[in-house]
Ligand binder design. Sequence first.
Ligand code: DGJ
Length: 428
Amino acid sequence: MERVIWNGVPWFDRDGNVVNAHGACIVREGDVYYLFGEYKTNDENRYNGFSCYSTRDFEDWKFEGMALSAEAGGLLGPGRIGERVKVVKSAVTGKYVMLMHTDDLNYSDPCIGVAVCDTINGSYTFAGPLLYKGEKVRKWDMGTFVDEDGTAYLLTHEGNIYRLNAECTEAEELVAENIAPGGESPAMCRYGGKYYIMFSQKTSWERNDNYYLTADNIAGPWVMKGLFCPEGSLTYNTQCSYIFDCQTAEGSIKMYLGDRWSYPRQASAATLVMLPLAFEGGNMRISRYMQAWRPADGSEWREPCIRPLAFCSDVKGEGRQAEFCVSGGRVYLFGAASDEGGYCRVEIRNSEGRAVNEAVIDFYSAVPMKGLRYVSPELKSGEYTLCVTALGESGEWFQKDGTRFGSKGRRVDIYGFAAELDSIEKDC
Ligand code: DGJ
């Protein structure tokens, strides 16, 4: 079956649990892709471990386990932040090295940490802070880049690039400094002999228009190129996180991986977005947003015939149900997300009334977006009920200086759903 990447909706692993991996990276080994990310909680922002999932097609996700769990103390101990996990393989030792941002809960003690493992999907051992000239690297947002010759680099906010040692456990040389003042969440790739590095601006968990720079040499000079998504789309409502090589029937493409954060319900409602990057004449862009597409040939998924299911509420507990049948397929929920959006619980109940899948969906979007809000895992043939319930809550968060971001309302706005065979709509 042709596999589809579902953007901006929760993904589910083989056990039906939401894929909980944010600020992530994807590392390829043979034809398996490993996703490492922040294993978020739904209530607070402390470090809760880094998860590892594997896939061959970006749709069937296997939970490999926690790559690194919370430590008893130290940089990743209780009351600490652990973010933006990235994994590189040392060309010399063959070991897998995990780098991450560690911090206190106020983000006032930033430091890059290191963990090591013999296997990509094993349990990583935390080794302590990454050192540069014997000192901790006091940076927060970070990323990694591995060049064609196997040399690995640490990228940091504001645009520092450090070459790592051959073991990837220390920063050996600061090759570029402060190339993107005010930039966060760096991600980098090399295409056609040029280096491309992208950054977000600093707006906490809020989306903004991300931008990029290019250089012929990793040490610079770096040239500011501007946005790689349409201005005002806020990077299609995402924050850049990573770029990786993805094999398709048409060859290798550079894939953009971004976060659509949903503070505080990051565990269940924050989602990932993957889109192909296009390069032409030294420019990089994501030409258009696709809510769902097939990585095998780059084609966009076409929406099926949508059955009306009108529900708009910001009242906690109000809901709507629809009965439907499937013969081994999915059910899709469509809605409108806006800057007044809130949270909604979606539940799929089987004919015995047992929930076979559930998720919390965010209807907040700084730039309004209509379309898919939920895609169920493949359901066994049978009769089901789709239940949506407004939670009467929405995401909000504050920047260090107290600036508030997030939703102005709590609205859940659904207009339809699609599943196989007949459906009967009814009120809760
Ligand atoms: C923006 C960063 O990119 C995120 O990783 C996270 O640290 C948030 N700030 C916290 O507000």
